[in-house]
Design a protein around this ligand. Sequence first.
Ligand code: ZN
Length: 219
Amino acid sequence: MTSLTTTAATGRPIDDLLAGYAAGTLAPPLRSLVAAHLALKPENRAYVAALEGLGGIAIEDTPPCAIANRDAKLAAIFAAAEQPVRSVKPPECAIVPAPLAQFLGRPLADVPWRRRLPGIREFHVKGAGEAEAVLYWINPGRVMPSHTHDGSEVTLVLRGGFSDVTGHFRRGDIAIADAELDHRPRADEDEDCICFAVTDAPLRLTGTVGRIVQRFFGH
Ligand code: ZN
């Protein structure tokens, strides 16, 4: 399974994820997730393009703990960020950006949602390999069952937003949860929340309700 921490050791999981994308080391579901993120957040394309440009220097020749080199690298990235990015397309207006729609293999209107809990629907995408790729549709204000993960969980918000102990995430944002995090994501009150989540391993529900409904999530 492709790890999130294979490349540039910047310390922030999101940077590692973008670096993995730039280096071409992400598994297909994560690659689609990041491509969709970049469609929704064009400002990060320059960052990724800079990482691609740095290529071998950034990833292979820089000692992981060389802070001075890291600063130089970041300076180069920010300088590059001010340059126009090649092949920039207009932002996608659809809820599901094209790179992700391609991975899903169907438009959102044709997704065969399954209702797992009141106000929460999900669709497990085939072809995710060892990872688990799931679309969630959460009604306004609904709370996901409390859970942890055996590995990483990377979530891209496609519509609306949600909050958990790590922050508030809106359309285009990526939330990254590791195995340490026990959280209960809550959808914003004003809108349905649609998310695409990729996990290394199935969720483990933790609360009292979670233990009761575990069987509904089990496969
Ligand atoms: Zn989670």
